[in-house]
Design a binder for this molecule. Structure first.
Ligand code: NAD
Ligand code: ZN
Length: 352
């Protein structure tokens, strides 16, 4: 679990005083910041960089890759004699995951791709802090960092992955474009539906999942919340949704969305929405609510993206989806292979 967290509007201003006791002599803090904030001087000034601290703007256009992690780590090692005092990630799930991975790879040998899997990390990561600027993924609280590698899209799941500190300031999410707000917010909703309807469910996951599910309904269905209330609630929904899946597992939508992502580069939030829209057979109540929320907010979900796939692309998509065994087991039970055949998957993908 994340051991330290602050929450509240404007709490981003506490970052310098949170970091100060962690500063080691001559060792910089490295800030990895979403480049959507490049021109935002006000935000950058609030970070109050000192001494040899370094700010690196990173694009979230594409989701993080193992190669990208390796390059950033190599550059940090060649520029600084001393191992950084800490890594601070400021952005959405992409930047948060990248920051977690960089902090791990500063203390572990080889390539990030060597550690994609479960509990492969040997050494404790460099101190790392997460500051989400868009809510929904739960990346701020989870025990994984999802990376696309040369062979697979898979997380580095380890006890060293979670942030040492998280700063939850809902005001940082002002300015997220509406479609993106919905896509990333629905990632949280889908985490809850998949966790709560999964066979791995236990009381620990359930208590977090139910809270996040209710918050999502309040945010996306009722329409009576102020923007301020809605931002605060979505930040907490993301946190609880992340906690819920950390102790259970996701399901059909995530397995299929990973296939889309691997073959077409479809991003996580929108990919989940594209898939979930067609999963009424598996999650009838969740999909019904999803469709209601989509209509209410007048959100476009891309259509027909699998219409022109080559046979090879379709087969690869199916391979990637089916390789995520724990997700299927959670969603459909131990005999999932009888229920989810290649033909069935193809039929579903062709609807998308
Ligand atoms: P993102 O980080 O990819 O960002 C989406 C878009 O929103 C980007 O264009 C970004 O620049 C923009 N943005 C972010 N904050 C903004 C702000 N305040 N104002 C304006 N624009 C802003 O989106 P995401 O959906 O948060 O993250 C997706 C990533 O999270 C994927 O890589 C996925 O694999 C990962 N993920 C990780 C976990 C985990 O547990 N580690 C869980 C789910 C998803
Ligand atoms: Zn997700």
């Amino acid at each position: 679990m994340v051991p330290k967290v602050v929450f509240g509007r404007g709490c981003f201003d506490q970052l310098p005083s949170i970091l100060a006791p962690q500063r080691k002599d001559k060792a910089p803090f490295i800030y990895l910041v979403d480049d959507v904030f490049k021109e935002n001087e006000e935000l950058i000034n609030r970070m109050n960089l000192r001494f040899n601290d370094k700010l690196i703007f990173v694009s979230a256009e594409e989701e993080p890759k193992t190669e990208q992690v390796d390059t950033i780590v190599k550059n940090i090692k060649s520029e600084f004699t001393y191992r950084p005092s800490g890594i601070i990630g400021v952005g959405g799930g992409s930047i948060l995951d990248l920051s977690k991975a960089v902090s791990i790879m500063l203390t572990n040998k080889g390539s990030a791709s060597d550690y994609q899997g479960w509990d492969l990390v040997k050494n404790k990561a460099v101190y790392h802090v997460g500051v989400p600027t868009i809510s929904g993924t739960g990346a701020e609280v989870s025990r994984t960092t999802v990376l696309t590698g040369p062979e697979k899209k898979l997380g580095i799941n380890s006890d060293f992955t979670p942030f040492d500190q998280v700063v939850l300031d809902p005001d940082l999410t002002v300015g997220v474009p509406k479609n993106q707000w919905f896509y990333t917010g629905m990632d949280c909703f889908i985490h809850c539906v998949e966790s709560l309807n999964g066979t791995f469910l236990n009381e620990f996951s359930k208590s977090y999942g139910e809270k996040a599910y209710d918050l999502c309904k309040e945010i996306f269905m009722n329409g009576n919340l102020t923007e301020v209330e809605s931002r605060g609630k979505l930040m907490m929904a993301s946190w609880h949704g992340g906690m819920s899946i950390a102790y259970s597992q996701v399901g059909v939508a995530h397995a299929m969305s990973y296939g889309l992502s691997y073959v077409l580069g479809t991003k996580h939030g929108v990919g989940n929405c594209i898939v979930f829209d067609h999963l009424e057979e598996y999650y009838p109540e969740g999909v019904r609510l999803f469709k209601e929320m989509k209509e209410y907010h007048n959100i476009d979900i891309p259509q027909g993206i699998c219409g022109n796939l080559t046979d090879y692309q379709m087969e690869t998509m199916i391979d990637i989806a089916l390789s995520l065994v724990p997700l299927w087991e959670n969603a459909l039970g131990e005999d999932w292979e009888q229920k989810m055949t290649r033909d069935k998957l193809k039929e579903l993908y062709l609807k998308m």
